[in-house]
Design a protein around this ligand. Structure first.
Ligand code: MUC
Ligand code: MG
Length: 385
């Protein structure tokens, strides 16, 4: 088949941005914000031969400046008019034209991943295989939000007993730092020596506070730390990283190839968190290659993803050697009150298996989408009352 025979039946005819809202049974609180409802935007791409691809974009105003409304606006008003009419196989061209608009990382990633879903469905192959197909499952790590020490320790124990999860990211960055130090000690005591624990400060401390916390936590047995202070504290961040006894992971300071290169080469971090929610599949692949070239470890992070976003992370993470070496942050959908997927996600023995069907390998439950969508229907807040 050549391009001209493919094109008429492989054209994107619609891109839709559908906002929905599903409450969290338990809100997640962290240094840069909190989340009590998944007010995400489903991205739907439709082709002229009736294939529908899906992905989702989570608004994280405290991290990227996007809101549910801004994601809908940029998808519908800026990207869709430029992309409609293009071939589904023009992925690089579509990336290029989206990058003429700055920012909007989750909106761009949603379109990119929905396009991969379309391509996989068209070729009758899973996106996981298309990307690299390295392994069929990932070990899971869970993100523990702010709470008091006893409750966080109990939550970790319950997750281990129920799902076999034995790797935990503890959110820190509060004042006084001793509140977080107490939580870390409580979690270690509750889980014992064999659990993996690491910290994420979401820029809540400065370098001096971070160094003090690391000194106090020296005997707790951490595997790494993430964004304890802002990378914009350029000199003191470098000072902190030089003194950190643990790997120092760049997350929100390094979402793109340029920022990764800058942060790593300047000594502002020495490991990388990759999140499909902000770099899609196309750019995540580039970041994995860049990290390999720089000789740093990559960890699969979590943008507080809902079910579909988690599947995207899983599909990418399991497709590559580098992203499947460490437990991946795949479990915060457990706190959501419902799912838009037709099938349940499962965590067993601390692992998630990659769906095997074409595309992303999962389907959207259209009745549930009808129920939870908030365009022309009800305010997201109405769900909480
Ligand atoms: C994380 O790793 O930082 C919290 C804020 C955000 O943007 O992502 C989450 C998780
Ligand atoms: Mg982080």
């Amino acid at each position: 088949m050549n391009k001209s025979t493919l094109r008429p039946r492989e054209t994107i005819v619609a891109i839709r941005a559908i906002p929905y809202a599903i409450p969290y049974g338990k809100p997640l609180r962290f240094a840069s914000g909190s989340i009590s409802v998944a007010d995400n935007v489903l991205i739907q791409i439709e082709t002229d031969n009736g294939i529908i691809g899906w992905a989702e974009a989570p608004p994280r105003p405290y991290t990227y400046g996007e809101t549910q409304e801004s994601i809908i606006a940029v998808v519908e008003k800026v990207f869709a008019p430029q992309i409609i009419g293009r071939s589904i196989f023009d992925r690089e061209g579509i990336r290029s034209l989206m990058n003429r608009t700055i920012g909007n990382p989750t909106a761009k990633s949603g379109i990119d991943m929905a396009l991969w879903d379309v391509i996989g469905k068209r070729l009758d192959i899973s996106v996981h295989q298309l990307l690299g197909g390295y392994t069929d499952s990932l070990k899971v790590s869970h993100m523990l939000g702010f709470d008091d020490p006893q409750r966080v320790g109990d939550e970790a124990v319950e997750l281990r007993e129920t799902y076999g999860i034995n790797s935990f990211k503890i959110k820190v960055g509060r004042h006084p730092i001793d509140d977080d130090v107490a939580v870390c000690r409580a979690v270690r005591e509750a889980l014992g020596e064999d659990a993996e624990l690491y910290l994420d400060g979401n820029r809540g401390w400065n370098a001096v506070e971070s160094a003090a916390a690391l000194r106090k936590l020296a005997d707790v047995g951490l595997s790494r730390v993430e964004e304890l202070n802002p990378a914009d504290e350029i000199t003191s961040r470098k000072w902190l990283v030089e003194r950190s006894p643990f790997l120092f992971v760049a997350d929100e300071s390094a979402p793109t190839q340029a920022t990764v290169t800058r942060e790593i080469l300047s000594g502002a971090a020495n490991a990388l968190s990759i999140k499909t929610a902000r770099s899609g599949f196309t750019d995540s692949v580039r970041l994995i290659g860049l990290a390999e070239g720089l000789g740093i470890e990559t960890f699969l992070g979590n943008q507080i993803d809902a079910h579909l976003g988690t599947v995207c992370s899983l599909v990418l993470g399991a497709a590559f050697d580098a992203t499947s070496r460490h437990p991946a942050e795949l479990s915060n959908w457990l706190d959501l009150e419902d799912s838009l997927l037709t099938e349940d996600l499962v965590i067993r023995n601390g692992e998630m298996k990659v769906p095997t069907g074409p595309g992303l390998g999962v389907d959207i439950d259209l009745d549930k989408l009808q129920h939870y969508r908030v365009d022309n229907q009800m305010s997201p807040l109405a769900l909480l009352t």
